[in-house]
Write a protein that binds this ligand. Sequence first.
Ligand code: ATP
Length: 281
Amino acid sequence: MSSRIELSGVGQTFLVRGNDDKKLREFVALDDLSIDITAGEFLTVVGPSGCGKSTVLDLIAGLTRPTSGTVSVDGRVITGPGLDRSVVFQQYTLLPWRTAQANIEFALEAGKKGERLSKAERVERARTYLELVGLADFASRYPHELSGGMKQRVAIARSLSYQPEVLLMDEPFGALDAQTRERLQEELVSIWDRTGTTVVFITHDIDEAVFLGQRVAVMSARPGRIQEVIEVDLDRSHANDVDLRATPEFAAYRHRIWSLLREQQVATRADAPTKEVAHVA
Ligand SMILES: Nc1ncnc2c1ncn2[C@@H]1O[C@H](COP(=O)(O)OP(=O)(O)OP(=O)(O)O)[C@@H](O)[C@H]1O
């Protein structure tokens, strides 16, 4: 259950107001961005702040439409959100008045096209996914009774419960402490192994990008493009016994990406191209 995603010549322009006057200008956030994400791949995306990472995710989620180019899933151009694609944000977005179990059951009420689950099936499905993220014993807890890491696990379980073909993650571990973050990274890899879902994961953290990604897409800033896609070939078979992050191979990947991002900082002191389009009184 996974899908191929294709971004082809994607451009995204926003209208922004100038600092010194009230003129509206076109701000080119993405320009001619292309990438092919294979079905079942785990792709991580890094890039300087403001380079357009979240914009790319929004486009795949169908929350916005590109100004130019196309975004397609399995050859179908995306025209809006759908339950074949699920998004996990940095904030947990759980309903505070529902237990962990009930949060997932609620998400399942909408149902995918052609799939209406009965109440008993929703209960069962929610239980299965809470188990998958190691929270079976916390099913009856309310969000305020869970730690940050647990809340994010419930959010991940909820996203996976309707069995999307694509899981889109926007800095999902950004608000967590370092230890919880590493544990959740390991859990996510193991969940991905078991579900085979296509994952697009955005992060600021180079270590996180290398640890999780089969490929790391490094974006350039202003306007955002894919600067380079790096294939990560690490031996993960002993990941339980070996500190993968401490190996020389891991350090080499980290350094390569760090150098690419450092080049960016030097190259992008100037602002993005803007073009005046209107004067607002
Ligand atoms: N709706 C919008 N209207 C105007 N400008 C926008 C809009 N959404 C994003 N932008 C601009 O587009 C650029 C890319 O934003 P985006 O949030 O995608 O970047 P990002 O790489 O995810 O940033 P960060 O790493 O800081 O979260 C930014 O300069 C932002 O100000």
